[in-house]
Design a protein around this ligand. Structure first.
Ligand SMILES: [Zn+2]
Length: 382
């Protein structure tokens, strides 16, 4: 009879044993056995943390859990004859529920660990992760191109400090303190504590390394000096407060103007291609005498000054020539600063703007793209 009563009632634990018509110890045992089976079934269905929490509250929740209901509805109002057996069954049931809850908690933990393990497991049959391979920045590539060309004709590379003294940056290069050319090069001075022995500045050209090299080394000298230089220029399409140069210096006892022009022409043809034409224009630099500006025929219009689509070539503005860099024979005055005998030695120097050369060779019309690190730009020069 109690079975019928129980299955018809949604919650037998809301009723008293008398209402359920449970009157014998055997039926009490059966009633608890049925409840335990129900708990077992529900516990086995737990898969997630929320289900576990629902199960826990439903069965052992302190306020209205089934365990509390059994205590209140079955044990407390039980007839004196049944109380002992109900109390005993309830104790066993409580222990059973506690072990169900604990088991469910452990199963959930184990399941979580397993899921994490599966996620982290390396499947060796899967294709590998292809990591993007970086490449040298275009400026670095151009540095290397230039270095390779000069290596092939006997130059070596030296590098020098980006923070210089005015002596190396200006005075030893025949640019005394009040020389007007300093106005163009007025640059970034370093804030130093009061009483510092010499002012320091960010070098405006790689030329200080001419002096540092000649101080250390007797002729013959054949070096190039790649590096960063700094000017007080506002950024625009052709200016940047930091850019790159390669300085060149060759000094020996028998270097002539022909060696100078031959070397420069060789470099330009190697760099831009054999069809490029070159020319010198007289110029002025304090540390070379005579000084020249070196031009190449415009590679965009083939040296015609006319764009392929007709009209004036926008790169050379119709001039057919593009200014490349300045150069010249080393001014004998410079030798005086490094204890070379100006009567015995001669040589030439040049200062190549890397950014400008890269822009000309690769058709880039804004120097700023070199420094913006936009991978869409960088990827075009793998
Ligand atoms: Zn042109």
């Amino acid at each position: 009879m109690y079975l019928t009563a129980m299955s018809s009632a949604e919650n037998p634990t809301e009723k008293t044993l008398a209402e359920l018509r449970v009157r014998t110890p055997e039926s009490v045992t059966s009633l608890f056995a049925e409840l335990r089976e129900k708990a077992n079934k529900e516990q086995r269905r737990i898969e997630k943390a929320e289900q576990f929490e629902q199960f826990r509250v439903k069965w052992v929740g302190r306020k209205s859990g089934i365990l509390t209901q059994v205590t209140d509805n079955w044990l407390k109002p039980a007839d004196a004859g049944l109380k002992r057996i109900v109390g005993q069954a309830l104790n066993e049931f409580r222990n059973h529920l506690q072990s169900l809850v604990e088991q469910a908690r452990q199963d959930l933990d184990a399941r979580a660990t397993q899921v994490a393990d599966t996620r982290e497991r390396v499947d060796l049959s899967l294709p590998g992760v292809i990591r993007p391979i970086g490449s040298h920045h275009l400026i670095r590539q151009v540095f290397q191109e230039i270095e390779d060309i000069f290596f092939s004709i006997g130059f070596s590379v030296v590098e020098g400090p980006e923070i210089e003294t005015p002596y190396y940056n200006f005075e030893a290069l025949n640019i005394p303190e009040f020389h007007p050319v300093r106005d163009d090069m007025d640059t970034f001075y370093i804030d130093l504590p009061k009483g510092a022995p010499v002012p320091l500045l960010l070098r405006t050209h790689t030329s200080p390394m001419q002096i540092r090299t000649m101080e250390k080394q007797k002729p013959p000298v054949r070096v190039i000096v790649p590096g960063k230089v700094y000017r007080r220029d506002n950024p625009d399409a052709t200016h940047s407060f930091m850019f790159h140069q390669v300085e060149g210096l060759a000094v020996d006892t028998d270097i002539t103007f022909c060696d100078f022009t031959g070397t420069i022409e060789y470099f330009v043809k190697q760099f831009f291609g054999p069809s490029v034409k070159t020319r010198f224009r007289p110029s002025y630099f304090p540390f070379t005498e005579p000084s020249v500006e070196f031009d190449a025929s415009c590679s965009f219009c083939g040296g015609t000054g006319t764009a392929a689509a007709g009209g004036t070539c926008s790169k050379c503005k119709g001039a057919a020539w593009i200014e490349l860099f300045g150069a010249g024979m080393v001014d004998p005055a410079v030798y005086g600063f490094v204890n070379y005998d100006a009567k015995k030695v001669s040589g030439f120097a040049f200062g190549i703007g890397i950014d400008r050369l890269a822009m000309l060779k690769y058709g880039i019309d804004d120097i700023q793209v070199f420094f913006q690190n936009d991978v869409r730009f960088l990827r075009q020069f793998p």
